[in-house]
Design a protein around this ligand. Structure first.
Ligand SMILES: *Cc1c(COP(=O)(O)O)cnc(C)c1O
Length: 470
């Protein structure tokens, strides 16, 4: 399989190159040159199969010759063997015709683990074949750091350094970063704010000599391999509810448009999905674009679902590329206009976008109401991100339609303050994470000083065997 850039001016690459490259050199995002499809009989055969086997089948056409099937299956088994539920992503019914797809059973309870655990395993052999190492440097305000460290803690070729603001992340979030004992993962407390941490990371990336010497890489959701790894659970959930003989709908708590794009890919591959609902919180750029045909940035407001507090959705570019009939000139124009004026017209993409998706946003009051109602009706406790999904599902579909599945992207225990405000008590940590509260921690505290942070990164990460930005 060959990959092309949405902006049409970068070289075509293989899966493995795309895995290591992230963003294309022309500023675009990589997409497969053609869309593979799965026959209805193949989809039907997924029923009752282990998650890792379905993952290997769904991903194989995208991976192409880069990795053989047996190796891919072995990687998937290892990645998903670390999940806290045998089904990996179980379905729970919360109402008549309504289900929750729980994506929160990965080691740090984050839905991004479903993709990242596999991504980490794919990277080692790709780097080994090139005789290289990579260093992942990131800043976190709490939630994302533990997941990045957890995913790469067994990596042979990737070192991870995560900066967090000293004293400003919750105990659980800090301990997820500071209790792993492997020598290649490091959490660093910075005497400053989250913005200071982000500025330090940005400054390291802008120092090209430093970036190349350490082969720095970011932790972001634009990597194509992450999208592909998310396609699996759409197949698994739909088949469990009767696909391909029966259609289902999904509502997806959306930030960067990666997760819902994976749903669109599943549909493009032949999975009979009735409706894909884009769910947002009060940061509603996508529902506004859906309603008006104008994609327009506004300031970010803070909500109880911080992973969806976004100004723009990077992966939306991939969808626009398809909706425009793969018109790279249109994408270059739209993204140029967006960069200059903070908005662009969807133009010829608007109609298809309205047909292929539904979209709705949830206010903070809607979120609190949905969490309380669901707990009352079914006993199920959902987090604020998932609640945005339920609200959008209810607004977009009637109960009489196809079964509706809400993607649960976060565990309520990860957002104890918001949950306490809404429910009056803090949710319990799942038992398998209890040791987190007593395991010894390890982390240096460093001044908000670029020189000092660079020295730490250099000491933590041996130089890349050959230079080249990841
Ligand atoms: C990242 C994230 C999302 C949004 O996913 P995208 O792929 O960026 O749209 C939703 N919920 C949670 C908890 C997340 O971490």
């Amino acid at each position: 399989m060959t990959y092309i850039s949405t902006r049409g001016e970068a070289a075509s690459l293989t899966f493995e190159d795309v895995l290591l490259a992230g963003l294309a050199r022309d500023g675009g995002l990589y997409v497969p040159e053609t869309w593979p499809t799965l026959a209805p009989a193949t989809i039907a055969s997924f029923a009752g199969r282990p998650f890792a086997e379905v993952a290997a089948e769904v991903m194989a056409p995208f991976v192409g010759d880069s990795i053989d099937r047996a190796t891919l299956l072995a990687m998937a088994r290892e990645a998903y063997g670390r999940f806290g539920h045998p089904a990996v992503t179980p379905l729970t019914q919360i109402d008549r015709n309504r289900w929750v797809l729980e994506l929160v059973h990965g080691p740090p309870l984050a839905f991004k683990d479903v993709a990242r655990q596999l991504l980490a395993r794919l990277m080692d052999p790709a780097l080994a074949r090139r005789g290289r190492r990579a260093t992942i440097v990131g800043a976190t305000s709490g939630d994302t750091g533990g997941a990045a460290i957890e995913a790469f803690r067994s990596s042979q070729r990737v070192d991870v350094v995560i900066l967090f603001p000293d004293g400003r992340v919750s105990d659980v979030q800090r301990r997820m970063m500071t209790t792993p004992t492997e020598a290649n993962v490091h959490a660093v407390a910075i005497k400053g704010t989250f913005d200071d941490c982000q500025a330090l990371v940005k400054a390291m990336f802008n120092d090209h000599a430093f970036r190349d010497a350490l082969s720095l890489s970011g932790v972001n959701s634009i990597n194509w391999a992450r999208i592909v790894a998310q396609v699996t659970y759409y197949f698994v959930a739909a088949v469990a509810l009767g696909a391909p003989h029966r259609r289902v709908s999904f509502a997806v708590p959306t930030g960067n448009f990666g997760d819902i794009l994976a749903g669109w890919v599943a549909k493009r591959m032949g999975l009979p999905i009735e409706t894909l609902v884009i769910a947002s919180n009060e940061n509603d750029i996508l529902p506004r674009a859906h309603a008006t045909g104008v994609y327009e940035m506004r300031g970010v407001v803070e909500t109880s679902s911080p992973s969806m507090d976004i100004q723009i959705s990077s992966n939306f570019e991939r969808y626009l590329f398809e909706a425009s009939g793969r018109d790279a000139g249109f994408i270059r124009g739209a993204m140029g206009t967006l960069a200059q004026g903070g908005r662009f017209e969807l133009g010829k993409c608007a109609e298809l976008f309205r047909q292929e998706f539904a979209a709705a946003s949830a206010s903070e009051a809607d979120v609190a109401d949905a969490i309380r109602r669901t707990k009352d009706v079914s006993g199920y406790l959902m987090d604020p991100h998932t609640a945005c999904g339920l609200v959008a599902l209810e607004r977009s579909l009637s109960q009489a339609e196809a079964p509706g599945i809400v993607l649960a992207t976060a565990h309520p225990a990860k957002f104890p303050d918001a949950m306490e405000r809404i429910m009056g008590q803090r949710p319990e940590l799942p038992p398998r994470l209890a040791s987190l509260l007593t395991d010894p921690e390890r982390f240096p505290v460093i001044e908000n000083d670029l020189g000092a942070v660079k020295r730490f990164v250099e000491s933590a990460a041996p130089p890349a065997a050959s230079a080249g930005a990841l």
